[in-house]
Design a protein around this ligand. Structure first.
Ligand SMILES: Nc1ncnc2c1ncn2[C@@H]1O[C@H](COP(=O)(O)OP(=O)(O)OP(=O)(O)O)[C@@H](O)[C@H]1O
Length: 121
């Protein structure tokens, strides 16, 4: 009985997590660009028959970009909710969160180039 309710709670948590991903995709144009980029990069990976290690690096990189973008969006939404008016501290928080996205985007571009350029050439 206790076990069942534990598993049904875990199942419900998965449901909430999936609806969070769906909400992110619905409300954020950035998310749809990430989805398109993920599809293109995955198709290119299949086309160039990447090695197991290249796939591992690519999957980690794709996940890193998605997670950072989602957390940045969460930070923006929290700040807009708590402090809709202009505040220098909100600017600092949002700018640093956006900086985290830029760091992962630069790393992803570098990793993508290192993986794909040798296959293309
Ligand atoms: N309440 C605020 N107080 C101070 N600066 C803010 C505030 N809201 C936004 N900013 C500044 O504007 C920048 C953009 O903020 P915004 O929330 O529009 O993010 P965004 O990256 O444009 O996100 P999106 O395009 O997803 O809406 C922030 O990085 C910050 O410099």
């Amino acid at each position: 009985m206790r076990k069942e309710s534990y598993f049904s709670r875990r199942l419900a948590s998965f449901g909430y997590a999936f609806s969070g991903i769906a909400a992110f995709l619905r409300s954020e144009p950035h998310a749809r660009i990430h989805l398109a980029a993920t599809i293109v990069v995955t198709a290119a990976g299949c086309w160039y028959k990447l090695s197991r290690m290249e796939w591992i690096l690519l999957i980690i990189t794709i996940a890193m970009v998605w997670v950072t973008e989602m957390l940045n969006t969460v930070v923006e939404k929290i700040m807009d909710h708590l402090s809709p008016d202009y505040h220098p501290r909100v600017k600092w928080i949002k700018d640093v969160a956006a900086g985290a996205v830029l760091v992962t985007a630069i790393a992803a571009a570098g990793i993508g180039a290192l993986i794909f350029i040798p296959h293309i050439l």
